[in-house]
Design a protein around this ligand. Structure first.
Ligand SMILES: Nc1ncnc2c1ncn2[C@@H]1O[C@H](COP(=O)(O)OP(=O)(O)OP(=O)(O)O)[C@@H](O)[C@H]1O
Ligand SMILES: Nc1nc2c(ncn2[C@@H]2O[C@H](COP(=O)(O)O)[C@@H](O)[C@H]2O)c(=O)[nH]1
Length: 204
């Protein structure tokens, strides 16, 4: 029987660079993580592809998924629903593979309750003004939505203590290396504990 994979949750305020850092991390050859594609009722941005960036759904479809218990967690964030399909996460972890979630804070706290053994990382901006600057520079949201996201960001930043690690995204490559080091250390720790139990069982 293979050991279950590790569930890694990356969250942090909108525009901090979660997607950018995740893509940089996944492009590295020595990293073997499996990205869980979320479901959302948000309209696709230019260039976003259904089934790659998100599974885009109507509110009715999303609410049906909630009713049918198809989501590990879900949240309403700045006017849209976002959620994590449970089947992919369960199946992939069961196969002994690591799963990577990139989600906002309300959802991460829900996951923490179901998977307390998960690895929870908060990606923090160098400053609030830099955060706003990044959302503006991305050019995907109206001024009103940027202000709403910045309001949510203040509340999210207050929750960073609930995470196992806080990683600053000052430079993408540095943030990426920090997350890689945390994941590798977590694997070593789990292997050591597992080996200790194996040895104990051999002796008894
Ligand atoms: N370290 C960084 N330095 C400067 N700009 C960055 C950095 N990381 C990301 N960015 C830029 O900030 C913007 C937001 O990044 P990104 O879309 O990855 O954020 P996000 O946290 O995934 O946002 P959301 O939660 O809204 O999906 C992008 O334009 C990206 O290029
Ligand atoms: N709780 C969840 N939050 C999610 C999920 N997928 C993405 N997100 C987060 O929502 C905000 C907004 O995303 P955007 O693509 O509209 O900019 C951001 O913080 C995402 O990380 C999810 O499945 N559950």
């Amino acid at each position: 029987m293979c050991e279950r994979g590790l569930l890694i949750v990356l969250s942090g305020p909108s525009g901090v660079g979660k997607g950018t850092v995740r893509k940089a991390l996944f492009s590295q050859p020595d990293i073997n993580l499996h990205y869980s594609i979320s479901v959302t009722t948000r309209k696709p941005r230019e260039g976003e592809v259904d089934g790659v960036d998100y599974f885009f759904k109507t509110r009715e479809e999303f609410e049906q998924m909630i009713r049918e218990n198809k989501l590990l967690e879900w949240a309403e964030y700045v006017g849209n629903y976002y959620g994590t399909p449970i089947d992919y996460v369960e199946k992939t972890l069961q196969e002994g593979k690591d799963v990577f979630l990139e989600i906002e804070v309300q959802g991460a706290l829900q996951v923490r309750k179901v998977f307390p053994e998960g690895l929870f990382i908060f990606l923090a901006p160098p400053s609030l003004s830099e955060l706003k600057n990044r959302i503006i520079t991305r050019g995907t949201e109206s001024e009103e939505l940027i202000n709403n996201r910045m309001k949510a960001a203040r509340e999210e930043l207050e929750m960073m203590d609930a995470y196992d690690y806080v990683v600053e995204n000052d430079k993408v490559e540095l943030a990426c290396e920090r997350i890689k080091a945390i994941v590798m250390a977590e694997h070593c720790k789990r292997e050591r504990v597992a080996n200790r139990y194996k040895k104990m069982l051999e002796v008894e």
